[in-house]
Write a protein that binds this ligand. Sequence first.
Ligand code: NAP
Length: 454
Amino acid sequence: MIELRLDLIGPRHLPLLLSACPKPAVVTCRTRLEGGAFRGSESDRIAILHAALNLGAAYIDIELGAFSRVKETIDLKRVIVSAHFFGGRTRDVKSLYRRMKATHAGVLKFAYSASDSWKMVDVLTFLELANRDGRKAIAIAMGEAGEPSRILYKNLGGWATYAAAEVGPEAAPGQVTGRTLRRVYRAPALTRRTKVFGVIGNPVRQSKGIYLHNALFHNDHLNDVYVRFPVVDVGRFMKVIAPRLSGFSVTVPHKEKNMHYLSSVSGDVATIQAANTVLVRGKRFVGENTDAPGALDAIEARLAVRGKHMLILGAGGAARAIVHEAIKRGCAVTIANRTGSRAQQLARATGARSIAWKEMVRQRFDIIVNTTSVGMIPHINRSPISPREITAQVVFDVVYNPPITKLLRDAQRRGATIIPGTEMYINQAARQYVLYTGRTPSLAVMKRALRGDA
Ligand code: NAP
């Protein structure tokens, strides 16, 4: 269907628009109070909607507050009764549902702004009630935090979703384009049985996981889907949304925070104290860490680390995972960090050595690993160390955006073997995919998806 927003287009060409519309039309004419732009009188607006029905619109959309103004004689099956809350959630979604149901309109549509993913809980309540009563319903949490509600409509029992025709003139906050809904998520093919996976973080907009995992599901003919959950309040997310998922990836800043909510963890997660993967097993959450082996696999594809000496730049979350795994694989590790005390702490906790940042130039290493965010977009001309400090034969940068950082360019010029962060990213995602599905992912599909030409 195509929604004609007459408040934005203007009602003048309604007959022409309806006759030229290549799909069944939903005609909407919103007032400013309901997030639209119609400036005429209320009686004009209602007259326009009546005219649309007479001219053959498949549906007209009329707000719950204005419903009593439509003629009793109209075909209610062709009416979408809608309620919008731009200031956040409504206080009582159940009573709202009852009032909407009492209109006997063919479709019930409920939309509200959500500032955190757990607030999609009202979408779930509304659609559960509508499904129980066998009513057609649309429920959408607007804004980036509600994006999954737009994609998972079929999985949640919704009748339809709204998508933008193109990027730019979206009619509501957080709308995804129809092309993305179909190409990336295969949203129209999802069902109530679809297994839902995703990534939680803040922000998550930059995450490439949606491209990788969805391309792999598609390649393996799995009716699974992977969506982004921007999460502020991890506790509430774990309580309300997480039990409905099959598993999810965890990114900055929740890798450590989510430890608190896990029922069990693998041995490595207990040591690293950070989980980047959570598997949902009934009521249990199982934490895993695929970052650490993902990084070391990338290095060992070039050079076995046993008996070698590795310099780690940085002492944050990524450093902790890599130091732990490198030592486990028999490598001697030295840590240098801008804030020296953090390097000492990490060294004490893992059995590594630490050195002052300015001393590293005096020592030689086999492998240098940058785990700081220096060099990441938009500061692509920065490097954590100067070219003369690159003494190792192998240099690995965890930063994956851009794939080739200044550090790697400098290292290449000095004749070192370089390993971009994308390799760690692919390795950790591949291990996640095995945990999620039990299948071996296609590396070619992952590389294509990461390049953006899947
Ligand atoms: P984090 O816990 O916040 O740690 C950041 C580290 O970078 C700290 O050691 C910090 O030093 C150092 N740092 C920040 N700015 C610096 C500067 N201007 N000069 C020198 N050192 C600086 O972050 P994280 O979770 O470890 O993530 C670090 C990077 O790894 C990010 O870019 C992330 O995207 C990347 N990453 C990549 C992958 C992958 O798959 N390729 C996976 C995970 C993470 P102080 O202690 O002095 O603040």
